[in-house]
Design a binder for this molecule. Sequence first.
Ligand code: SF4
Ligand code: SF4
Length: 370
Amino acid sequence: MKNLGFGMMRLPLLDREDPKSVDMEQVCQMVDTFLSRGFTYFDTAYMYHGFRSENVVREALVKRHPRDTFLLASKLPSMFLKEEGDQERIFAEQLEKCGVDYFDYYLIHNLGTKNYETAERFGSFAFVSELKRQGKVRKMGFSFHDSAEVLDKILSEHPEVDFVQIQLNYLDWESDTIQSRLCHEVCLKHGKPVIVMEPVKGGTLAKLPERVSALLSAAHPDWSAPSWAIRFAASCENVFMVLSGMSDMEQLLDNTGYMADFRPLSEGERALLGDAARMILEDIAVACTGCRYCVDGCPKQIDIPQYFTLYNRAKQADGEELQELKKAYAQLGEHSGKASDCIACGQCVRACPQHIRIVAALREVAKTLG
Ligand code: SF4
Ligand code: SF4
């Protein structure tokens, strides 16, 4: 199995404002190209693309390719479990939406302290183990967004999982909040194979500050910025799959090109990425990945990630570019809640896997761009 997976959470859209408006024609072409280049792993989840991603998988992949030519992963949304029977209902719905009768990989989605409590209350590990026994799930795991300490606790209490999916990238490797290195070490300690999500940190490592690009280009002029990030993740011990949320054919051709014949990074190349990470951290104001987990529950309908995108650009801009960003900020406020509308209810902070101090950051956004 090749170690690059197609993440179906940032697919090309017909309308940039509407996450449900997936460009099916382009996705079908991307799926065909991905498979024709020998890659087989597809990753979806219940609520990606406004709950449409699993339907897209059925139309673009399942209906058009024999079931034994690809591996499909989906996830039990721990954050949506409210009452008895929800797990059974959601799993049945997922099989139907994807048009399959089993998942190759099935994960309890987005575990951290709070969602782990929910998963325990609903007996989610036993539920997925039973699905595995019935052949409806081939491998069980969970995706994880919390500290290494919490990960250690979960793996100690649930040694039955087959694998773990963690956030791992060279920018978060030494981070105090994401703790990529420490979480990776916990997986190794428990002997669990690792799937990597966010290797490019939601696109942050695809568009690098100029001085970082220059540093990396000097070592390998022909390597793209995202290729450095994906190679870093794939080079880590016991990582058997790296997910990339590919948004167009160009990204897919780039990714599948260098991953077709993957060679792990050398020590020198890894050290260079350590330098790059330090330089990027000096430049980024808010390390938002654009996952949008915070958006749905906001009582003021504030498009939080869009504001952070503008803000990060504004921190690097001046003159005319800054004026353009202020205009874009005003326009965004016409379609969504304004950054200054935030009532500090804290819903988004609890939902954010990056542990961003969203309320304070939105205040800064309003001050800078308002
Ligand atoms: S804290 Fe502010 S941005 Fe976050 S959900 Fe509440 S109102 Fe929305
Ligand atoms: S603020 Fe956090 S939850 Fe919201 S999009 Fe950014 S990373 Fe995701």
